[in-house]
Design a binder for this molecule. Structure first.
Ligand code: ZN
Length: 280
């Protein structure tokens, strides 16, 4: 392949941010944090190692995902509690906020609703930033570990990948058979996972998560949510996933309700305003 004469000049063109976020509706984090100060715990769910569990969070309540016992990453799915077709849209969230999420970022829903489902209000790993490899925490670039890719690459039949864990948990929660629950499972927020792209080949990499017991990621539910969280069989994802060889630990999900009146002035976000006529 020969380079054109102006190759260097073409490469030197500075990038343009695809989606400048200055017009993105901003969450009132100060209001959320004041409401959180007065909130009381209403329930908790323990996600066993190499399994998933579901939980429900009413709009205006908070949920916290905590590391307990040892370093562990979690794969998070979110749905509208009343309509499984509205679900977390990892790709658009990545396009809006970047490859990794932290406090102030939001988890956006799929088309045609495209609205915030949850807002991250607290991240005890916010100090990590970006490391020398370009790695950071809580990514929306990985999809979820799944048995199909494992089979493709090494011919395995492994049943405790996050994809399968989430499928079983959703089936148990909804009563749907596995075959009908599976298509609702979607690309995740990789809670506590430390990932990036290699600079030379652009490949997705993972490394040992900096999470320690006591660390947590906390969210404000913008709409009524059904969540499912898988304690990934990769454990802290320092070596491999999709097998039973990594040390794995449970994760804890807690739900908190704000005090009466603490959210005065707040309303759940409406569905997206596009008229859906698509030019016809
Ligand atoms: Zn996984």
């Amino acid at each position: 392949m020969t380079e054109p004469a102006d190759a260097a000049a073409r490469r030197a063109i500075p990038p343009v941010i695809c989606y400048p976020t200055d017009t993105l509706p901003r969450p009132d984090l100060a209001l959320y944090r004041r409401a959180r100060d007065s909130a009381g715990k209403t329930g908790e769910t323990t996600v066993p190692a190499r399994e998933a569990a579901t939980f429900r969070v009413p709009a205006g309540h908070f949920f916290r995902i905590s590391s307990v016992q040892g370093p562990q990453v979690g794969d998070l799915n979110l749905w509208n509690a009343h309509d499984l077709s509205e679900r977390f849209y990892s790709g658009k969230t990545r396009a809006l906020h970047g490859t990794h999420l932290t406090a102030g970022h939001r988890m956006w829903s799929s088309f045609p609703t495209l609205r915030p489902m949850a807002t991250i209000t607290h991240d005890t790993l916010g100090w990590y930033g970006k490391d020398e490899y370009g790695g950071s925490v809580h990514d929306v670039i990985g999809t979820r570990c799944d048995p199909y890719t494992g089979n493709l690459l090494s011919g395995t039949q492994y049943h405790h990948c996050c994809h399968s864990n989430l499928t079983r948990a959703l089936a148990d929660e909804t009563g749907l058979p596995l075959s009908q629950a599976e298509p609702h499972v979607h690309d995740v927020l990789n809670v506590f996972m430390c990932t990036g792209f290699t600079r030379d080949t652009g490949q997705y990499f993972m490394k040992a998560s900096p999470v320690r017991p006591g660390d947590y990621l906390e969210f404000f539910a913008e709409i009524d949510l059904l969540g499912a969280l898988s304690a990934c069989p990769g454990g802290d994802c320092s070596s491999e996933h999709s097998s039973d060889t990594a040390a794995c630990h449970p994760l804890l999900v807690e739900v908190f309700a704000p005090a009466e009146g603490a959210l005065d002035g707040w309303t759940p976000p409406p569905v997206n305003g596009y008229d859906r006529s698509h030019g016809r």
